[in-house]
Design a protein around this ligand. Structure first.
Ligand code: 6PG
Length: 248
């Protein structure tokens, strides 16, 4: 596994292949969990949605990874959520739990999905307060993916949510998808002690290279808003997703 510093806000870890990179994602998750639990007695993590993390959640729920975390001390949040019922196949909560996390001994009162069956602006306000009250606005780890348009969480190009700085969680209107979604803001993501972006597959290679090597423009490429000098983002990519980045 190669580890590359990419400017002052991003570090890049490249796995040799998909299988090795998945193991790297799990090992990193476990290391951050064990670190947080040893220091503060708990581990708070915001889970990402989409398809990439399904396998990671499944692996964490099984040996040899399952046994390496005291799940009773874990608090689950979400990086974003679609405005669908919690049992909807499109739900990020549903995806994470059914991928295996529901088999772990995480206390039910430690699991905090966005409420999607209430007035959505109220749900965002409640989540903002929840993050402030439960973790003081500082998560131990935020998991993220990236779309081929450079979005991360539900912070899409040219959307108003990109500019919100006084909230930890918001409703973001996404005209290009004709929908709105609940999402953490850059303020919340970059206050976290750690953030990690999981990227797999050739289809992400061009946008990954753009995000990592070209000047920041978060309106065009929101994922460039993740990471600070104090809390650099870790990009974990397989060799396919890293192919353009390595070729430049
Ligand atoms: C979502 C995610 C979103 C996702 C990217 C990448 O709700 O869909 O939060 O930001 O991480 O779209 O999705 P894939 O992992 O499916 O490529």
């Amino acid at each position: 596994m190669a580890l590359i510093q990419c400017g002052k806000k991003r570090n890049v870890a490249i796995g040799e292949n998909k299988e090795e990179t998945l193991k790297l994602c799990c090992s990193h998750f476990i290391a951050k969990a064990q670190e947080a639990i040893s220091i503060r007695g708990t581990f708070s993590v915001a889970l990402s949605g989409g398809s990439t993390p399904k396998t990671i959640y499944s692996m964490l729920s099984k040996s040899p990874y399952r046994e390496q975390i005291d799940w009773q001390k874990v608090f689950l949040f979400w990086s974003d959520e679609r405005c669908v019922p919690p049992n909807d196949p499109e739900s990020n909560y549903h995806m994470a739990m059914t991928s295996g996390l529901q088999t772990l001994s995480i206390p039910p009162d430690h699991i905090f999905p966005f409420k999607t069956m209430v007035h959505i602006p109220q749900s965002a306000e409640e989540y903002d307060l929840l993050l402030k009250n439960k973790v003081g606005g500082v998560l131990d780890l935020v998991l993220l993916g990236m779309g081929e348009d450079g979005h991360t969480a539900s912070l899409f190009p040219h959307t108003e949510g990109l500019l919100v700085t006084d909230k930890l969680a918001i409703v973001n209107d996404i005209p290009q998808k004709k929908t709105h979604r609940l999402t953490l803001t850059f303020t919340c993501i970059n206050q976290a002690r750690n953030s990690v972006i999981y990227l797999f597959g050739e289809n992400k290679s061009a946008i990954a290279a753009k995000a990592l090597l070209e000047p920041d423009d978060i309106q065009e490429c929101p994922v460039q808003g993740v990471g600070t000098e104090k809390h650099p983002a870790l990009w974990i990519m397989d060799n396919a997703a890293a192919s353009d980045f390595c070729a430049r």
